[in-house]
Every structure is written in C-alpha cells, then in structure tokens.
Design a protein around this ligand. Structure first.
Ligand code: HEC
Ligand code: HEC
Length: 193
C-alpha cells in the first residue's frame, strides 16, 4: 500500500464505523418526539387508548407500521397514528422499532373486574397461551399481559370488525369465543402486575 491508499483505507474504515454507529445508536430527538408524545418517553404509555410499545418485538412493530401505511390496519379514533406512518421512511421505521424494542415493558396500573379474572385466566390457557405466552417477557406475538384494557378491547373489536388483518391461526381461536369471553380475557390481562 502506498501512502495515498493507506489514507483512503483508513478514511473509508472511519466512514463505515460512523455508519454502523448511526444505525445502532441514538434516534433523532425530533423524530422520536413524534412518537413519545403519545407512547411515552420509554414506550410506556400513560393514556389507556394508546398502547405501550416498550419491549414489543422489532418485527411486530415494523409490520404494524407497514400495515398502517398500506391501509390493512386503520387507526379508528386516532387518525394521527396512521398519518404518521405515511411520513416515515423505511429506515426511520426500522430505527424507531429497534429503539422501542430495547426498553422493558411495564404493566399498566389499572382497574379490572376481579370476578372475571379466573375465567379469563382459564380461557387464556386454553386459547391464547400457545402464542401469547405467560407474560410480557415471552411475548413473541404482541404483549397482552399488562397492556391497557381499553386498547385491548378496541384491538379485539378491530379484528372482529375486519378493520385489521387477523392472523388466521388466531382467528380460529377467537371465533370460538363470545364477546363475554373476550371481556373476561381483557380483565385477566388488565389484572397482570
Ligand atoms: C396521536 C397519538 C400517537 C402518535 C403521535 C403515535 N402513535 Fe403509535 N399508536 C397510537 C394508537 C392510538 C395506536 C393503536 C392504533 C390502532 O391500531 O388503531 C398506535 C399503535 C402503534 C403501534 C402498534 C402497536 C401494537 O401493539 O400493535 C406501533 C408500533 C406504534 N404505534 C408506533 C408508533 C411510532 C414509532 C410513532 C412515531 C413515529 C407513533 N406510534 C406515533 C397513537 C399514536
Ligand atoms: C396462533 C397464534 C395466536 C393465537 C392462538 C392467538 N394469537 Fe393473538 N396474535 C397473534 C399474532 C401473530 C399477533 C400479532 C398480529 C398482528 O399484528 O395483527 C396477535 C395479536 C393479538 C392482539 C393485538 C395486540 C396489539 O398490541 O394490538 C390481541 C388483542 C390478541 N392477539 C389477542 C389474542 C387472544 C385474546 C387470543 C386467545 C383467544 C389470541 N390472541 C390467540 C397470534 C396468536
């Protein structure tokens, strides 16, 4: 290597390092604020209509944003969420999803109907546990335990109403359940601390 190629090689090396750091590191503060205003600083929402997204698996978040963007999932009472997905690049979606996936989920402190919890717990075991697990820590497929009840009730109704694509294997289970069963499940998830 002569001097010029050495300098060039170290310069390119430096560029690669910088690019690597940017993709794994801090998200632009202004961009982040577009999300934290509703989902909370570390993805823990204090508004029952807005889901907490801390610890939600990266790919689920990316899929959700794409579903909002292409209209497979509508945003009912909060159109801003869907509009924002249209303002983001694919890279920004990946950056934000990686960012929120890093945080630890914290169950919401919320009231629930204690008389429905046992029924909900049995239904969860029989119909939902195989995919949704025992708690937020083993959520590969969305976090239900400790998520806001208002949001869960709403998302179940979005599936039932055809406003959101329901995974067929999940539909086979929820189709067997009545609205009262779903309400028991929601109260069981809301009781999780
Ligand atoms: C105005 C409030 C608001 C803002 C701002 C907002 N969201 Fe949301 N977000 C919501 C609501 C409400 C939902 C549920 C919408 C639905 O599915 O109908 C949601 C859903 C989501 C979901 C899917 C969660 C799940 O459990 O499936 C992700 C991921 C998400 N938001 C990420 C973001 C990111 C990233 C940003 C910033 C670019 C953002 N949101 C900005 C209110 C907001
Ligand atoms: C075969 C696997 C499977 C089973 C069984 C299953 N689910 Fe799901 N569930 C999923 C997947 C995958 C997602 C994420 C899909 C999506 O983004 O719409 C999901 C998402 C959800 C959501 C949306 C959460 C959110 O953050 O928006 C709710 C609510 C839900 N499931 C409830 C249930 C309930 C209640 C049961 C039992 C009656 C159940 N699921 C059974 C796979 C399953």
């Amino acid at each position: 290597m002569n001097d010029t190629t050495k300098i060039l090689a170290s310069w390119i090396g430096g560029l690669c390092l910088a690019a690597g750091a940017a993709s794994a590191g801090a998200v632009d503060a202004e961009l982040l604020q577009k999300c934290t205003i509703c989902h909370g600083d570390r993805g823990i929402s204090d508004e029952p209509a807005y889901p907490s997204i801390a610890g939600l698996p990266f790919q689920l978040q990316v899929d959700a944003m794409q579903a909002y963007r292409n209209g497979h999932r509508d945003c009912g009472p909060v159109p801003r969420m869907c509009k924002i997905s249209q303002e983001l690049t694919d890279d920004q979606i990946r950056e934000l999803s990686a960012h929120f996936a890093e945080f630890e989920f914290k169950p919401a402190e919320q009231p629930f109907d204690a008389s429905l919890v046992e029924k909900g717990s049995v239904l969860h075991e029989d119909y939902c546990e195989v995919c949704h697990g025992d708690g937020p820590e083993d959520a590969e497929k969305s976090i239900l335990h400790g998520q806001w009840a208002e949001y869960l009730r709403y998302s179940l109704s979005q599936y039932r109403g055809g406003h959101r694509d329901q995974p067929p294997s999940m539909r086979r289970q929820t189709d067997k359940l009545t609205d009262e069963d779903l309400e028991a499940l929601v109260n069981f998830y809301a009781s999780y601390r």
